[in-house]
Design a protein around this ligand. Sequence first.
Ligand SMILES: [Zn+2]
Length: 462
Amino acid sequence: MTVFSGCSRGAPPPGRGLVIVTLDTVAASHCSLYGYSRRTTPFLEELARRGVVFEDAFAPCSTTEPSHATLFSGMNPIRNGVRLNGLVLPADLALLPEILHKRGWATGGFVSAFPVGRLFGFDRGFETFDEKEMVVQKGRAVANNRLGSETVDRALDWIGALDPERPFFLWVHLYDAHHPYDPPAEVAQAFGSDPLDSRAGTVRDYDRDVLYVDGQVRRLFEALEGKGLLAQTDWIVAADHGEEFWEHGLLGHSPHLYQEQLHVPLLMGGPEIAPGRVAGVRVGLIDVLPTLLPRLGIEPPAGGLEGRDLEPLLAGRVAGRDWNRPLFAVRRLYNQPSYAKLLQQGREEGWDLSASRLEEHGFGPAAALIQGPWKLIWTLGPGRHAPEVFDLEKDPAEKHDLQDAGGMVQDGLRERLARWVEASTRQALIAEPAGEAAFRRLAELGYVHLPDEPASDASGRH
Ligand SMILES: [Zn+2]
């Protein structure tokens, strides 16, 4: 079953555009746009004056592929089946680039790392899809990351060749803020060069990478502006998830559903969107597709979208809090001994992105619900962590688990979260792991390199 039954409300005018820029691993808490002390995002601050900034925007997952799958499908990771990296987008999942391409839009996707690459189906619906050639060793894909400048260069070439008679959709994915933090030369001295202790130095390198990403977004938008393409273009800049710096004991992302990993920057602009900040209204990446389709004159796909149309917020018609709106997040949570073992393995031979290998190490799903001031994080498998409850108003850093004092609050949240997980699971699409067959097919097409001998520097990453 292919869930395409939407019909166009009319052809979009020539020159109509849509640009989505995803900033991998950029935490809202490390953006100066969101009040961070280092000036990490001067361009996003400029961009904010031309659009809407959502102060409380959340990712549906703390992992790259599921979060992007939600962004492009308007369905949460349980419903769309993409609960972790390494799964192929289900064939019957309607994706934004396909929806637009079917209606005659020129579509170009330019990505900087393979979790959102061809191997997993992220090229679907793109006339032009550009990523660095992938290498597969021992049946596993290894890193094909590239600098943001290379990705933006390719996107700018595509923009330069656009047919002015066709509407266009451009997606650019920037990966430079992802671990390992290795700031390019132009930002390597940013935020001072005084020696710092190891952890502070790590944070500074990450902040430099965020500054670099901000500069690449500037290059892209200045080119669009220079070509006169922004006037009729909706644009979105968002991160797929944040990053943890030991706030809850870990460095990186994926294992946790705390705010540092879920709270992301989200900016939107476009025709008839008045600039401003939207505070106090929680939104999610899951709202992006339900917001865009009506703006572009397209009926939503059959099967339903789970997010909300944010148009009233874009038009400035809603103010104040919206406490009853629940937001959910999920992920596979490694149980602690297995996760430690996996980390060790990761240090020795690189992160393992194979879903089946992760299953071998044992991990259970986790889910979170944010509603009103409350947040519940619940690991759903047997014998895992106890549920945690936080009051985000009084304790935004999630340091004080109210589990014992929560009482009825926790019970209510648990019941609501359980109902949501159950309902989502009942309607879930099935996403299969990318395996040998996918590698071979892409190798035949010239997109994947299959070496005879394994290289010594194999490294795949989340
Ligand atoms: Zn990511």
